[in-house]
Design a protein around this ligand. Structure first.
Ligand SMILES: [Zn+2]
Length: 312
């Protein structure tokens, strides 16, 4: 198998049985394991497997315990959805995915959220082992109609515009990017040192070279790191190799994607979208097929519809 485009993927995964065989290979590598008890000796049945453990003896298919569980959509459509969602640099909306794949928008929405669940970083990333790390904050969103829901944050954003109306609160994120390497993005409640420093300590190896702007939130970085700054307020953007252009380019892709593709992202799903953008960025040097397989390996996770809508 070798696919470089969506038609090639769809050609290869014509039959559901081909998809199942392929996914069983990815998930179990030829040794099916019971997702209920972990037993490694299931019987093959006509529709899947049956556990041979006397106390378990449950039936299962390769979908149980994965993002595909309880889904009526064929693997072929799922694979196409994963391919589209992970290869478009700015992502794909549920409206567009529904049109492309001939499914309802509600189904497409659910599929995309499960895909985001799969894209979630399973282990914390460590940056700065090889190259310098750029760190910066960004404010995302802030649509007029969100105002009433964000009152509790008004103490963080007390500023008034020239006409006296308050600025619409935005969501703040901090981004850490290793030049030539990976990005880590986290939502933070406010731009203060005690919110941001722990994230940096968790994700950047001590002693690494870090570049930021002059913001006070980074004032203590010099204790653990080799910290250099550019003074943006003085229009200083590049000094030698000190700059934050890499993370700023990432912000522009993220913002164009969130505003252009997804229009508005609700607060409760916001971090899923951040995970999605980080995952795509961190696999940018892989081929479409490598990226596809790389993510499928992480598909063991179930996100039920009720979990998604629980907080509405
Ligand atoms: Zn079992």
């Amino acid at each position: 198998m070798n696919f470089k485009s969506l038609p090639q993927l769809l050609d290869y995964f014509k039959e559901e049985s081909t998809c199942i065989e392929y996914y069983e290979g990815i998930r179990w590598g030829g040794n099916p394991a019971c997702p209920h008890c972990g037993s490694l000796n299931p019987y093959k049945t006509t529709r899947g497997y049956k556990c041979s453990d006397n106390e378990c003896y449950k039936k299962f298919t390769v979908k149980v315990g994965t993002i595909f569980e309880n889904s009526k959509i064929s693997f072929r459509i799922w694979f196409a959805a994963i391919y589209l969602a992970t290869s478009h640099k700015k992502g794909i909306s549920s409206v567009q995915l529904a049109l492309d794949l001939g499914i309802t928008q509600k189904t497409a929405w659910f599929v995309l959220h499960r895909i985001r669940e799969m894209l979630k970083e399973k282990a914390p990333k460590m940056l700065g082992e090889k190259n310098m790390v750029e760190i910066d904050e960004a404010y995302i969103g802030g649509k007029e109609k969100n105002k009433h829901t964000s009152k509790s944050r008004s103490d963080v954003y007390p500023h008034l515009k020239n006409d006296g109306t308050p600025y619409v609160p935005k969501t703040m994120v901090v981004g850490l990017i290793e030049r030539g390497g990976d990005v880590v993005i986290k939502k933070v409640p406010r731009a203060v040192n005690y919110e941001i420093q722990p994230i940096i300590d968790k994700h950047v190896k001590a002693g690494s070279e870090i570049h930021t702007d002059e913001s006070h939130v980074y004032r203590n970085l010099g204790i653990t790191y080799d910290h250099s700054t550019v003074v943006h307020s003085a229009k200083q953007y590049v000094v030698g190799n000190v700059h934050t252009n890499t993370i700023e380019n990432f912000w522009s892709v993220l913002k164009r994607g969130l505003y252009g593709v997804y229009h508005q992202v609700s607060d409760k799903h916001f971090e899923r979208y951040l995970d999605e953008y980080a995952a795509r960025f961190n696999t940018r040097n892989l081929t479409n097929q490598e990226r596809f397989e790389n993510f499928l390996v992480q598909s063991e996770s179930v996100l039920r519809y009720r979990d998604l809508i629980k907080f509405t």
